[in-house]
Design a protein around this ligand. Structure first.
Ligand code: ATP
Length: 295
């Protein structure tokens, strides 16, 4: 009996560990076996930043001696929306990884509310940032349970409110078992757009001052895309948001757009000022528009 009990007990432990880790969705990096390469400093700040003003000053970073970001400067005042665009491989996702301190910068500094991200404990830093990743990890649990991973202690009302803000209410109402419907292994019963809205609801529930949205590269039909955009717009209200965009239509309303090319910021401004500059952004915009019209 004891022999049977021990492995079951161990499995229970593993399950609780995984569940606990996912309470903080970003710790899934750990679960995926990727070791964070940073350590907390002695006496690291345990209190999370609450305002959410972000500043990159002269940030450079390389992987394996290949320069990925080169002297990057930008600022996102609290409550504003910044978008990062550029070709594949330009370094957009690396900006998110550095903000989240998955790696340390090689040169320069990233601050939140004026404090270097290296001065916070990793827990304190990661509590302040909610990420909607490109590929959301969903478990074969109910939709509500999947949203709840954003903050396990949230009340039912808070989970409903997050689902509503992420424009999931109508979809949930259409399901046989409403929000208690299971999503299938890895969320297979949901479309790509629905999955991303579950991720947005999770992020909202976390209650962090900074929202990072890493737009999926695979294109969705225009209705799903619009639903995500509406969800994102409502979810980001009052938060500082950083959006990595592949489709420029996603970010027309951004307060500032940063255009990256080969790790350098080559242009920045609003959608209309960038179009007027007739540079790389304007070229990307026209290419995407022509593609849209021909579809
Ligand atoms: P995409 O639009 O295709 O997602 P991106 O602009 O987000 O691209 P990043 O993911 O930031 O680009 O990658 C920037 C560069 O860094 C790429 O050339 C990539 O190959 C390289 N890179 C990313 N991660 C690593 C890594 N762990 N080790 C080595 N090189 C990496």
């Amino acid at each position: 009996m004891m022999q049977l009990f021990m492995p079951l007990n161990f499995l229970g432990f593993v399950y609780r560990e995984i569940r606990g880790a996912l309470a903080n969705i970003e710790r899934m990096f750990d679960i995926l076996g990727k070791q964070p390469q940073v350590l907390d400093q002695v006496g690291a700040i345990e209190k999370s930043p609450t305002i959410g003003a972000i500043k990159f000053t002269d940030v450079s970073f390389q992987y394996d001696q290949r320069i990925i970001l080169n002297s990057v400067n930008f600022e996102v005042p609290a409550g504003k929306k910044i978008a990062v665009v550029g070709d594949s491989g330009a370094g957009k996702s690396t900006i998110i990884k550095l903000l989240f301190r998955f790696y340390d910068v090689d040169h320069g500094a990233i601050t939140i509310d004026g404090i270097d991200v290296r001065d916070f404990s990793q827990q304190a830093l990661r509590r302040a940032i909610a990420i909607v990743p490109q590929d959301t990890v969903l478990f074969n649990n109910s939709i509500y349970e999947n949203i709840r991973y954003g903050r396990p202690e949230a009340t039912e009302e808070e989970v409903f409110a997050a689902a509503k803000l992420a424009h999931l209410s109508d979809f949930i109402e259409s399901l046989p078992d409403k929000g208690n419907t299971k999503v299938g292994e890895r969320g297979l019963k949901l479309s790509g757009g629905e999955k991303q809205r579950v991720a947005i609801a999770r992020a909202v529930l976390k209650g962090a001052p900074i929202l990072v949205f890493d737009e999926a590269t695979s294109s969705l039909d225009s209705r799903s895309e619009q639903a995500i955009l509406n969800a994102l717009r409502d979810a980001a209200k009052g938060l500082t948001s950083l959006v990595v965009a592949h489709r420029l239509s996603t970010i027309i309303d951004a307060d500032q757009i940063v255009v990256l090319s080969k790790g350098k910021i080559v242009e920045h401004g609003t959608h209309s000022s960038l179009l007027a500059q007739q540079g790389l952004y304007a070229r990307l915009w026209h290419i995407q528009n022509e593609k849209r019209l021909s579809e």
